[in-house]
Design a protein around this ligand. Sequence first.
Ligand code: NI
Ligand code: MN
Length: 230
Amino acid sequence: MMKNKIRSLGHAAFEITTTKGTRILIDPWITGNPACPFKVGELDQPDLLLVSHDHHDHYGSDIPNLLNKGQGTLICQPEVAAKAQKDGVPAAKIITMNIGGTVEVKGVKVTMTQAVHSSASGTPCGYIVTLEDGKTVYHAGDTGIFASMKLFAEIYGIDVALLPIGGVFVMDPLQAAAALTLLQPKTVIPMHYRTFPVLEQTADKFIALAKEKAPQVEIKALQPGEAMEF
Ligand code: NI
Ligand code: MN
């Protein structure tokens, strides 16, 4: 049976390829990302491109390039969309939404969630993506912990959670491990660490705390370029 696949592109950048072949990029910081093993031209054009906020390590500089050849659609807040249009993304290739809303594109449901962080355009967010087969992926964006993560588990059920663990600008290992008790995902993939000198340099602390606080959660610390099926 075909499975969905998620590949780490380094830092908070991920590529999901669904059982139906739909390709979803989230926070595609490729050019200038020291953790990304790919050049932007080596990536297949996405069908959906989601951006959590306008910080350079999420928005990057590749979005116009990633959308210029294919039929891909950028999904983001209106304020981020305005920036993207200035950067050369045609309005026809953008769907705007905001926190609490869900849009469906090519059989994939995209729900925008809150994130507790800062940004220059709009407000930071996360995404819960419900794939064609019903599997759910939560990309938390850049955020600190918040208690209503528990509601995401109750409302959607989370199969795969992509959680920042690097500290300083986002959740540290202690908060990220506690977030697992709220989100109760089947699998967690730690992200947003090692890339900058001030961040956690390994996932070791997170893995130890996660095993203690949420032993039922499978931990997949993907190396950049590495993928898992679900
Ligand atoms: Ni940020
Ligand atoms: Mn960041």
